[in-house]
Design a protein around this ligand. Structure first.
Ligand code: OOG
Ligand code: MG
Length: 262
């Protein structure tokens, strides 16, 4: 750790932003630069501010490591959150060009749509009244770090690996979504299976956490925001020529096709 000089938040934010735009993996930043978890969130916000300067609009937030499956896959066991922009949205049923990513992976999630501004920590009981609906969604993660290897502070600084999301049709909220079957298929073959209950025991809890985290950061989540609840299963590596689909029992599905040089 470099304790002699002050941390250059702007430089680290630019390094991460450049890795994403150049699609070039970098080494984790923590060993050389040594920063706290709070500083990692400042770096994250600074790097997303660079996207806003380029004209990208905020559309909501994502949670990470809300399931044991993800914690085990990545070796990180704290809930984390990142910021979503409109440039990360991909069309449902469309093509995704993997040339836009370093080493993309896909993971099954639920995406909530908010109905009212969220400007304070919500309880589980009131969370539903702040929501318009819930949709099956696939998150595309693309760590900017070589081989997807990182610790907690590094992944937070890297906006929690977020790179894309594909959101299906919104359903009205109903309590059955607490425990629905989750099937991820690649070219028709089931590759990940689980339950929405794997997300914090009840995916609605992700809205409670999102409200607490946004409030702690002094942020109001405006009505019409998306909240990605975190993956219910481990992520699957993507390669060109795949048909990737997610089905959430009773809540519909979402799919896309991967393109790119083989
Ligand atoms: C970090 C992002 C974790 C989730 O849904 O748990 C995440 C990663 O796995 O690279 O998005
Ligand atoms: Mg995720």
């Amino acid at each position: 750790m470099n304790t002699m000089s002050t941390l250059d938040i702007g430089a680290l934010a630019r390094t991460l932003d450049a890795a994403a735009t150049d699609r070039r993996a970098i080494d984790p930043l923590l060993p050389e630069h040594g920063f706290t978890l709070d500083e990692a969130y400042v770096i994250q916000h600074a790097s997303i501010a660079l996207r806003h300067l380029r004209g990208e609009r905020p559309i909501g937030i994502k949670l990470g490591f809300t399931s044991r499956a993800k914690m085990l896959q990545m070796g990180v066991d704290s809930l984390i959150w990142g910021l979503l922009t409109d440039a990360m949205l991909y069309e449902e049923g469309g093509d995704i060009d993997l040339a836009d990513f370093i080493h993309a992976r896909a993971e099954p999630e639920l995406c909530f749509l908010t109905r009212r501004d969220i400007d304070r920590p919500l309880t589980l009981i009131e969370a539903a009244s702040y929501l318009d609906g819930v949709a099956p969604a696939i998150e595309i993660i693309d760590s900017r770090y070589r081989n997807f290897k990182f610790g907690l502070e590094d992944v937070v600084a890297d906006n929690c690996s977020s790179a894309g999301l594909v959101v299906g049709a919104m359903n009205r909220l109903d309590r059955s979504m607490r425990n629905c079957g989750v099937h991820v298929r690649i070219n028709g073959r089931a590759v990940q299976m689980g339950s929405t209950g794997a997300i914090l025991g009840d995916p609605l809890r992700s809205v409670v956490h999102a409200s607490r985290l946004a409030f702690g950061a002094g942020m109001v989540l405006p009505a019409g925001s998306l909240i990605m609840a975190g993956a219910a299963t481990a992520a699957e590596a993507l390669s060109p020529g795949m048909h990737v689909s997610l089905e959430i029992a009773g809540h519909g599905g979402v799919e896309f096709f991967t393109k790119g040089a083989q």
